[in-house]
Structure formats: C-alpha cells, structure tokens
Design a protein around this ligand. Structure first.
Ligand SMILES: Cc1cc2nc3c(=O)[nH]c(=O)nc-3n(C[C@H](O)[C@H](O)[C@H](O)COP(=O)(O)O)c2cc1C
Length: 222
C-alpha cells in the first residue's frame, strides 16, 4: 500500500484486537520513528507491550486493547507542536501501509504515566497503533470550497492537496484550517486552539502528499 492509499484508507480506530505486532514490523516502526526524531529534532518514543496509556474509565467506555503506541514529545518550545503533527502523521500513515490501524490521542490519555515515560519535555499526546477490530469510518468533512481560496484558476495540484488535507485527522474533527494559493505559493492558517499547532503539522503533511512538493512552496514553513 502506498502512502496515498494509506491516506484514503486511514480512519480512527479506538478498539484493537489482541494480535501482537510482529517483531520485524515493530522494528520498521522504530527505525522510522528514530529517523523522524533525528531529522526534525523531536523526541518520540515507541512503547511496546504497555497497557498503561489509558485510565480505567477510558478503557471501560472508549478503547480496547491498546498495547503499542508512540508518545509524541519534543523539546523545542517554539516549533514542537507543528513538527510533532508532521512527524506523527508520517508514522501514522507508515503504520497504515504496514497493515496497521491507528488512533491519535491528544486529550483522553493517562497524563501522569505518559509524562513520566516521555523522552522529551513537552508531551502532546500519543498515537495508538495495532490491528483494529475494524477499519473505522470516514469522518464528516467540510467541502473543498469551504477551506480554501486560490487566486485565479485553481490548478489540479492545489485541489488535490486540499482534498488530501480534508482526509486528515484533526482534533475533534474541527478541520479549522484555511489554505490560500497564488501561483505556486501556499499559505496555511489554522484558527487558534489547544491543538492548532499539531493539526497544522498534520494538514501540511497531507497537503504535500496530495499536491506533490515539487509543485509549490509553503509561504510559512516548518
Ligand atoms: C491532535 C488530535 C487530538 C485528538 N485527540 C483525541 C482524543 O483525545 N480522544 C479521542 O477519542 N480522539 C482524539 N482524536 C481523534 C479525532 O477525534 C479524529 O481524528 C477525528 O474525529 C477525525 O476522524 P478520523 O481520524 O477517522 O479521520 C484526536 C485527533 C487529533 C488529530
């Protein structure tokens, strides 16, 4: 499965089967995570066979079977949120290409436990990964026209990028972004909120995958 296919097939899955992730696949995930850590100066950690990410009530009502997850943490206070959104997306889609399912969690996790086990100072949540009980369902989405503006005739690459951005997970499925294009310059803005930095990174990754990085420049880059 390609990353483009993974982007279309990925949906949040909160309940996982007890099937273990084989060692070779765990090792691929780890390698990819370390490459991201190094390239973007973040400090994510892959937790294996660890069932402590969620408290009792969350386990009772919302989730099941989470025993593998990435802790999203980093150290640079100015750019960490967007970078973790971007790197987390790379891991989330990579996991999907390996036949796994994921759940991005910004709020409903056991903060005390996760903060204690994070390798970076700033913790922004986690991504649970495993074999889902199902494949999830597509989220309710805004339309292309609601979330973008292009000066002049909209080129195909720009529309493809916006359509990809609309497939991205966002906190509370807000999709509170706006993408503006002029010639080959693109500006991404996101309305303020607790997760706007993370969501911005997630949207950027998706837009790039849809539009093709060879076709445009971000005016506000990472
Ligand atoms: C930054 C971020 C934080 C999130 N936090 C939570 C959370 O705390 N609890 C939860 O159940 N889902 C959480 N989600 C999952 C979103 O609700 C979900 O991605 C969104 O509804 C879109 O659905 P999709 O992932 O199937 O496309 C979060 C997603 C993102 C991107």
């Amino acid at each position: 499965m390609t990353f483009e296919e993974a982007m279309r097939e990925r949906h949040t899955v909160r309940k996982f089967t007890d099937k273990d992730i084989p060692k070779d696949i765990r090792s691929k995930l780890n390698t990819r995570m370390f490459a991201n850590n190094e390239k973007y100066s973040v400090s994510m950690r892959f937790m294996i066979d660890d069932t402590n990410a969620f408290g009792f009530l969350t386990k009772l009502f919302l989730t099941k079977g989470v025993k593998y997850y990435f802790i999203l943490s980093g150290g640079d206070i100015f750019t960490t949120d967007e970078k973790l959104g971007y790197c987390g997306t790379d891991l989330m889609l990579y996991a999907q290409t390996l036949g796994l399912n994921t759940w991005w969690v910004g709020g409903t996790y056991n903060r005390r436990y996760i903060n204690r086990h994070a390798t970076g100072d700033k913790v922004l949540g986690l991504i649970a990964v495993g074999y889902g009980e199902n494949q999830g369902v597509p989220h309710k989405s805004k339309s292309v026209e609601e979330v973008c503006k292009y000066e002049g005739d909209m080129p195909e690459w720009f529309r493809n990028g916006v359509e990809a951005a609309l497939l991205a997970p966002t906190a509370l499925n807000k999709q509170a972004f706006f993408i503006e294009g002029k010639e080959n310059n693109v500006v991404l803005s996101y309305s303020n909120g607790a997760f706007s930095g993370v969501d911005k990174g997630i949207i950027k990754y998706h837009f790039e995958l849809g539009a093709g990085t060879e076709n445009f420049f971000w005016v506000n880059d990472l």
